[in-house]
Write a protein that binds this ligand. Structure first.
Ligand SMILES: NCc1[nH]cc(CCC(=O)O)c1CC(=O)O
Length: 323
């Protein structure tokens, strides 16, 4: 018989990407777990992922499935690490066989934020000049902003947050759209000029939350990880992920969401947009929060009936042609 009290203390290896944001997130998880389990040793092991290495190609063109997660997943499957900390929005909705999403942590503000070059410090997104160069590498942000602000010029921006901000400050862009959560975690919230309201930009699935992935058969670790789970965030994110999974989109398709919980009720709003911002379908569903995934599927079906299927097929064809 084993019990938590008598078994020897275990060393648990945490896998993380090397980017500054990834490390801040991983050290936060390590610290929370260390507080809950002072007798266990938690070690951080860093790895480079494909997404960290390919920096000169637009994300939309390399395809997204597991770009930031694959190497960590291999590390778990071959026993080098025990679990991985991901920005949940970078974690594909279908995980490799043998791995599971063990916990979802409390979400930061999931909204997108506008960061401007200092010459625009008295402007808001509504008042930036015609032709302003807006940096974003996300088709979701591109499509929604193009729809609303067709007079801007959109330009891809890659690299980690620090690199992106340096490019903005050097004048390569008039403004960037970034996740408020990423800036917050790097203690750069002072760079947030405007939080984009949901009628301008619905956020990415899972944005602002961390997803902890581990081997599906490591039941001891799975139960330990429950200590850092945030049930409301989990319900919201499971609804969002079921919606995305059903539409077969990754983080690089123009699909946005919003979720709200009121009592036992969860409301999920979703949008699917064409890259040119011309076509846009949106709807919402409300139901019991404990049936989050069913709500996601329901919304996906609703949007498909409204034309989301055609929009997505067109986008996949364009991405495959590499144009
Ligand atoms: N795809 C890159 C990525 N993955 C997670 C974050 C920020 C943190 C988060 O959304 O949880 C970012 C940067 C961004 O979108 O600005």
């Amino acid at each position: 018989m084993t019990s938590a009290v008598s078994s020897p203390p275990r060393t648990i290896r945490i896998g993380s990407r090397k980017s500054q944001l990834a490390l801040v997130q991983t050290y936060w998880v390590q610290e929370q777990l260390q507080k809950s389990y002072p007798d266990i040793t938690f070690e951080v092991h860093t790895m480079s992922t494909q997404g960290d290495k390919i920096l000169d190609v637009a994300l939309a063109k390399i395809g997204d499935k597991g770009l930031f997660t694959k190497e960590l997943e291999l590390g778990m499957l071959n026993g080098e690490i025990d679990f991985a900390v991901h920005s949940l929005k970078d974690l594909p909705t279908n995980l490799p066989e043998g791995l599971t999403l063990a916990a979802i942590t409390e979400r930061e503000n999931p909204a997108d934020a506008l960061v401007v070059h200092e010459k625009h410090k008295d402007k808001q997104i509504e008042t930036l000049p015609e032709g302003a160069v807006i940096g974003t590498s996300s088709l979701r942000r591109l499509a929604q902003l193009r729809h609303r602000f067709p007079h801007f010029t959109f330009k891809d921006v890659r690299g980690n947050l620090i690199t992106r901000l340096a490019k903005l400050d050097a004048g390569e862009y008039d403004a960037l759209i970034l996740a408020a959560a990423g800036l917050g975690r790097l203690e750069m919230s002072d760079r947030i000029h405007q939080i984009l309201p949901q009628d301008i930009s619905l956020h990415a699935v899972g944005q602002g939350a961390l997803g902890i992935e581990c081997r599906a058969d490591d039941s001891e670790l799975i139960s330990l990880l429950k200590a850092i789970e945030h049930p409301q965030t989990r319900d919201r994110c499971l609804a969002e992920r079921a919606f995305l999974r059903d539409l077969e989109g990754g983080c690089q398709v123009p699909i946005g969401v919003n979720t709200e919980i009121s009592g036992e009720q969860l409301t999920l709003t979703g949008i699917v947009a064409s890259i040119d911002g011309q076509k846009l379908v949106q709807d919402s569903v409300t139901g019991e929060a404990n049936k989050a995934e069913a709500l996601g599927t329901q919304l996906a079906h609703l949007l498909r009936e409204k034309g989301a299927k055609e929009i997505l097929e067109e986008i996949f064809a364009v991405i495959q042609r590499g144009s």
